[in-house]
Design a protein around this ligand. Structure first.
Ligand code: 4AD
Ligand code: MG
Length: 465
């Protein structure tokens, strides 16, 4: 007999005389002559009620079916007599596959998120994390669907790389050298030429530079993969390992890029609204009461677009006392980003044209900007509750300007020779952005900490599991 998933049993349109279910016991209640078991198999939020008659030959097994135990049930799917569910299963055969004793950590509800992080190997069996990871799976599917249906090609950019894509230097080193006894050059320095790849290598901070290579060949491409940052940020929005989606579009400028970002974010929200209704209702009930209203609100209106210069003026006119006062040329801090999107505009905001000095070397210098106020065609999409979820730009396609940008950021041209070649041979205007996949998940679920939307969080000081 083929196994039926709880999700399909709950959506059945007719009773079924012979059904097989497998899953884990959420709760068991013993009454006179019967036991009631709630079986969950992770296929959806809800469990299925199993009724085991004490007269059944297998009934002796039931006393071993404690919370957390895995079970196999054969029986009949019948219309439920009880409240709150359409179907239930009357067991005919009942087997405990794997027992779980009273030490099973997920006995009762009401554990703290911190405690659940410590049991990341069991937390997917809880309602909250089951819902988060089902939504995560669907969101990944929606990402591919969006780009594939638009004719974008999916490019697999390397994870191990020799180049610093952001020019910011916060990279994890990849090496097979013996740290206790590394090979040395004649000058006494570590001899990186003896390392595995014959040079210094790192985990990638972004697939963008390689995506640009492919955009300058296949026109419209995207990457979707793991990304690593060795920044020592202890916030609820930073992880050392996270997933990023990076579209790159040839023959596209900053406006086209902002349009694409907005359409993409709206597509993802609309898809999750349509396909994860049960899980979203759970988040709206237990995580963020306003979640559905917020999501629908984002879909309804165009996002606001505001230049960096205007943003700084708004912040300085706000009458707020900032922890980090802001003047033209300063980076916007989280408090500023959140003020703009949550209090001032009360909707998602794309801030564009940032000061050149605070943005990456590859961003396109804005034509005709005021002297002393040089800007680049950068864009950050800010959303309420989180701040930045997307960072992107139009790329500098002009060789001389790109070289100047690299000099400004103290980057050596020889490390980027192939990137410069793209500007030497058939260069085109192009643009792209990166969406932090976990930040998007935080936004659609209302879950407040990035550690709780990634299966196994990697943050400074933590790499268990
Ligand atoms: O703004 P970032 O650093 O931009 C880039 O890496 C560009 N190469 C993207 C591009 O133009 N192709 O990162 C992009 C997004 C951020 O907006 C944020 O959502 C997410 O990636 N992000 C992080 N998410 C979690 N933890 C971190 N430490 C993150 N750093 C960036
Ligand atoms: Mg950024």
């Amino acid at each position: 007999m083929q196994r039926t998933l709880v999700k399909d049993a709950l959506n059945a349109t007719a009773p079924n005389d012979a059904i097989l279910l497998q899953g884990w016991v959420r709760t068991r209640r013993d009454a006179k002559g019967f036991s009631f078991i709630e079986l969950n198999d992770g296929s959806c939020l809800k469990g299925l009620q199993i009724i085991v008659d004490a007269a059944l030959p297998d009934y002796a097994q039931v006393t071993k079916a404690n919370t957390g135990a895995s079970i196999e049930v054969r029986g009949k799917l019948v219309a439920s007599q009880g409240q709150g569910q359409k179907w239930e299963v009357v067991a005919e055969k009942f087997i405990v596959l794997g027992e779980a004793d009273a030490t099973y950590p997920l006995q009762k509800k009401g554990h703290t998120m911190e405690f659940l992080r410590e049991i990341a190997h069991l937390r997917p069996r809880s309602n909250l994390f089951g819902a988060v990871f089902r939504v995560r799976s669907r969101l990944a599917y929606a990402v591919h669907q969006f780009f594939q249906e638009k004719g974008f090609y999916y490019v697999h950019t390397p994870i191990v790389t020799a180049s610093d894509a952001e020019g910011a230097g916060d990279m994890f080193r990849v090496t097979t050298l013996d740290l206790a006894n590394p090979p040395k050059t004649e000058q006494g320095d570590i001899d990186n030429a003896k390392d595995f790849f014959g040079r210094k290598t790192f985990l990638t901070v972004s697939g963008q530079l390689e995506a640009e290579i492919f955009a300058c060949a296949l026109s419209n491409v995207y990457t979707f993969g793991p990304t690593f940052r060795a920044e020592n940020s202890h916030t609820s929005r930073h992880a050392s390992e996270f997933w990023m989606i990076e579209p790159e579009v040839a023959f596209c400028d900053l406006n086209g890029n902002m349009d694409l970002a907005e359409e993409f974010v709206k597509h993802l929200i609309r898809d999750i609204r349509a396909h994860c209704a049960g899980d979203l209702e759970f988040f709206a009930k237990f995580v963020d009461k306003e979640l559905l209203t917020h999501l629908d609100f984002v879909l309804d209106k165009p996002f606001v677009r505001c230049s960096y210069t205007e943003a700084v003026e708004i912040l300085n006119r706000s009458g707020k006392t900032w922890e980090h006062p802001v003047a033209w040329g300063d980076n916007l801090q989280s408090e500023h980003e959140r003020y703009l999107t949550e209090e001032h505009f009360k909707c998602p905001v794309t801030v564009y044209n940032y000061p050149r000095a605070i943005k990456a070397f590859y961003m396109r210098q804005t034509d005709g900007c005021a002297a002393g106020r040089e800007t680049v065609a950068a864009m950050d999409l800010l959303v309420p509750g989180i701040g930045e979820i997307i960072g992107g730009s139009q790329r500098e396609e002009r060789l001389d300007q790109l070289r100047a940008g690299m000099a400004l950021h103290h980057l050596e041209e020889k490390n980027y020779w192939w990137y410069l070649d793209l500007r030497r041979y058939g260069t085109v205007p192009h643009a792209g952005f990166g969406l932090g996949f976990e930040r998007m998940l935080m936004f659609v679920t209302g879950v407040a900490n990035i550690r709780d939307v990634i299966p196994f969080a990697r943050t400074p000081g933590t790499a268990e599991f």
